[in-house]
Write a protein that binds this ligand. Structure first.
Ligand SMILES: NC(=O)c1ccc[n+]([C@@H]2O[C@H](COP(=O)([O-])OP(=O)(O)OC[C@H]3O[C@@H](n4cnc5c(N)ncnc54)[C@H](O)[C@@H]3O)[C@@H](O)[C@H]2O)c1
Ligand SMILES: [Fe+2]
Length: 383
């Protein structure tokens, strides 16, 4: 038996933030990315809360790739006043911090489960609707995807006014994260008709609107569409889970601080090549693994399908390289770290990174089961 649920109420489109004025809580704790506060974007949220006569406090001890100690700090803050509602405002890092804080606060104080509203300010992770929260252990140099229904936010608010300030490089990284979510969910061992429909729609929107969002951050229509695509892809992988791309990208983030979406984008063409077994010298054949047909469906949606399965998969791989190049995403770890990591250091880390990627919860649903040596080979392709 399979199941499909959308557990989060979603408010989206023009003036979606007006939803906040209609809340019936007396007070809320806002858990926000510090940029959202320093840039003044937070007023788009707080003005609505004031309109609805809700009092609020702010917690801004949020950093990219949230480490365990920030979550512990947040749990202490929340338990000090036990607000009935938490409002997370920021990218995946702020939303994951808030999701983990709520869950751990509930473990310490049984029965305490505040309402959680997630308001993304990047169009990327889909964290506003997922059961995932990715927490970093900086000492071990590892990222752990926590997976539990308890983590799912109760409401998500998608308002494109919050993403217009996102700079081009973050639009590129987070947009390619959405692409990776959609493709990984689509070929996942757990894919189903519902997750497939959501992933296909997300990819259709990415094909039309990611580059438009990247080239003009004030393009309201493109921004709104990409904000919705991120959420659709989030719903897709919430149901189908992800794959090796994310399992490997988590290690690049934890060890070398490569932004999450950028790490995914750098790996994505090589993961498609690995999963399909189709490379530059592959000839057309009669029998393909099932994921080949599914990647070909996505190539068709993107308008890059070709004569047969082999050339279509290769067109898809070229399309991903092309998007990365057009949006100035680094091709290699060496480029992405600005020379701060030497090849010797990278080589020395590969063994532990491959072990961690194999153990990562996302890798289990990859359509092809990788060996440690194969993972090391893929990591070498992006040196
Ligand atoms: N929970 C999930 O389902 C899930 C899925 C994928 C990734 N993740 C995790 O989410 C994190 C990445 O999230 P992200 O890609 O959204 O990045 P992020 O939240 O780390 O933010 C990236 C940068 O963008 C800035 N920023 C955020 N909003 C902005 C805005 N409106 N204007 C200008 N700058 C803005 C932030 O200050 C930060 O410097 C990683 O830890 C990743 O592992 C979670
Ligand atoms: Fe992701």
């Amino acid at each position: 038996m399979k199941e499909f649920h959308v557990n989060t109420e979603i408010f989206f489109g023009e003036r979606a933030l007006d939803r906040l004025a209609g809340l019936s809580f007396d007070r809320v704790l806002i858990i926000a990315d510090p940029f959202v506060v320093s840039s003044g974007l937070i007023h788009l949220v707080t003005s609505r809360l004031e309109e609805g006569h809700l009092s609020y406090e702010l917690f801004t001890n949020v950093v990219p790739d949230p480490p365990i100690d920030k979550v512990i700090d947040g749990v202490a803050t929340v338990l000090a006043s036990c607000p009935p509602c938490l409002v997370a405002v920021g990218g995946g890092s702020a939303m994951d911090t808030a999701k983990a804080i709520r869950t751990f606060a509930g473990r310490i104080k049984p029965g305490y489960r505040p309402h959680l509203i997630a308001i993304p300010t990047t169009s990327g992770t889909g964290s506003e609707v997922t059961r995932f929260a990715v927490i970093t252990d900086p000492e071990a140099g590892r990222k752990y995807p926590l997976v539990s229904e308890e983590l799912i936010p109760d409401e998500a608010i998608l308002d494109e006014e919050l993403v217009k300030s996102v700079p081009a490089s973050v639009t590129a990284d987070t947009g390619m994260d959405v692409m990776t979510h959609a493709l990984e969910a689509y070929v996942s061992k757990n894919n189903n008709e519902f997750s497939g429909a959501l992933a296909e729609k997300a990819v259709e929107i990415i094909g039309q609107f990611l580059y438009r969002s990247y080239s003009n951050n004030q393009d309201t229509h493109a921004r709104r569409k990409m904000h919705i695509a991120a959420c659709l892809a989030g719903l897709a992988f919430d149901s189908a889970s992800l794959g090796l791309n994310h399992g490997m990208a988590h290690q690049l983030g934890a060890r070398f601080h490569i932004p999450h979406g950028r790490a995914n984008a750098m790996l994505l063409p090589y993961i498609v090549e690995y999963n399909t077994g189709i490379g530059p010298t592959t000839r057309s054949q009669g029998d393909y693994p099932p994921c080949v047909r599914r990647y070909c469906n996505m190539a068709r949606i993107l308008g890059v399908s070709n004569i047969n399965e082999v050339t279509t998969v290769r067109s898809l791989i070229s399309y991903i390289h092309f998007m990365n190049e057009e949006m100035l995403i680094p091709k290699t770890v060496s480029e992405a770290t600005g020379g701060a990591v030497t090849q010797e250091e990278y080589e020395a880390a590969l063994d532990a990174m491959a072990d961690a990627a194999l153990a990562d919860g996302c890798t289990a649903t990859n359509p092809r089961t990788p060996t440690k040596e194969e993972i090391i080979q893929i990591y070498r392709k992006i040196w």
